[in-house]
Design a binder for this molecule. Structure first.
Ligand SMILES: [Zn+2]
Length: 117
């Protein structure tokens, strides 16, 4: 299990899964957010606290951030495919030693939609 919280502490997450890797993506929003994503099926993740959502384009994903301090906390799938729906939390909000313990993979979300490593 991994726990994370935003800078002010208003928003927290509990991630009930053991990630083998975390993803750094270079798509138009991820490269700006600087997030490291860890993914799990929706029931394995609990979010608490006030967030604001941002979605654009085809509006398939919503990126959430704390309404007080602005830290990006997670994204949710706005068109989930039933029980197999995934979501992701920002590993950057976990303790530094936890972040350091999980290998980073680089995903080319900007172009080829494949891992670069
Ligand atoms: Zn906050």
């Amino acid at each position: 299990m991994i726990k994370g919280s935003c800078h002010c502490g208003a928003v927290g997450y509990t991630f009930n899964h053991v990630p083998k890797r975390t993803t750094s993506c270079n798509c138009s929003i991820c490269r700006r957010l600087g997030a490291l994503w860890i993914y799990a099926k929706v029931p394995k993740i609990t979010i608490t606290g006030p967030t604001t959502a941002y979605a654009w384009g085809e509006r398939s994903l919503a990126f959430h951030s704390c309404t007080i301090c602005g830290c990006t906390t997670h994204w949710e799938n706005l068109k989930p495919d039933g029980a197999d729906a995934y979501m992701a939390v920002n590993l950057r909000l976990a303790a530094p030693e936890v972040v350091a313990s999980i290998p980073v993979r680089h995903f080319d979300g900007a172009d080829t939609w494949t891992f670069l490593d």
